[in-house]
Design a binder for this molecule. Sequence first.
Ligand code: NDP
Length: 292
Amino acid sequence: NKTSLTLLGLGAMGTALAHSWLAAGHPLTVWNRTAARAEPLAAKGATVTATAAEAVAANGLVVVCLLDDASTAEVLAGTDLAGRDLVDLTTGTPAEARTRAEWARSRGARFLSGGIMAVPPMIGAPGAGAYVLYSGSSALFDAHHDTLAVPAGTEYVGADPGSAALHDVALLSAMYGMLAGAAHAFALIRGEDVEPKRFAGLLAGWLTAMTASVHGTAERLVSGDYTGNVVSNLAMQVAGTATLLRTAEEQGVSPELLLPYVGLMKRRLADGHGDEDTTGVIDLLTSRRPSA
Ligand code: NDP
C-alpha cells in the first residue's frame, strides 16, 4: 500500500522524481505547464491532470519542483491547499522558504521545504549519494518519510523552514569556490607539457585530502580559539600565496579568482592574527552581522 502523491513540475528534476516514485509503485498524479512533458509519464501509469488545482485536489501529499519561487507562487495561486501536506523542492533562498511556509500555513497546509543535493541522473539510483535536505514541519516529514526517501536520501535539518535552503546554498557556494580553484589550476597548466587527464586525477585527490580541514575549522569556530592545533599558520600561508600570484604572472594567467581570498587572508594578517589558520577570514566576511 504505497502512498499516493501529486507532483507539480516536470522539468529535468521533476521528471526524474516522477520516474522514481512510479518505479517504486506509488500512485502518482502529475501536472506540468507544458502538457507534452507529462506524456511519457502517463505511459508509465501516472495520472495527468489539465490544471494544477485538479492535481492538488487529487492527493494529500503534494510535491512541487518548479524553476523558482516565483513560478511556485504562480502555479499554486489557484489551488486549494487546505489539509494538504506541501513539500516544496524548488530551489530558493532561506527567506523565500520562510515566506512560502507562512503562506502555506495561512492556507491550511503543513509545509516542508527541500533542497535537492543531486543532479537528475542521481535520482532513484541507490548508492549515487543523492539526498534532499528538508526543513519545516517535522510532523509532515515523519508522516511521509518513506515516500520522500524513494528518490534520494533524506536529511532533516530543523523546524526553521529556511534551514534546508540555507544548507543547500552554503554547500553550493562552497562548491563554486572549489570549482573556481580548479579553473585557476587548469589555466596554469594549459598549453604546458602537462597531460590534463593525469593532472585531473592529482587535482581530485588533492582537493579530497584538503576537504578534511573543514572539521578543524568547525572546531575552531565552536571553541572560539583560532590558534589551537594550527598546522599551517596564516603568516606562512600569506607568504606562500605570493608564490601563487607570481606563478600566475609568469604563466600569463589572470589572478582574478585567487585575489579575493588572498586579500582577506592579508587583511586578517595585518590585523595581527599571523598565528591563526584561515578561520579568521570568516570573521571578516561576517563582520557586519551582529554576533550570536
Ligand atoms: P527545468 O528548467 O528542467 O524545469 C523547470 C520546470 O518549471 C518545468 O516544469 C517548467 O514548466 C516549470 N516552470 C517554470 N516556470 C514556470 C511558470 N511560470 N509556471 C509554471 N511552470 C513553470 O528545471 P529542473 O527540473 O532541472 O529544476 C527544478 C528545480 O529543481 C529548480 O528549482 C532547480 O534549482 C532544482 N534542482 C535542479 C537540479 C538539476 O540539476 N536539474 C539540481 C538540484 C536542484 P515547462 O515544462 O512548462 O517549461
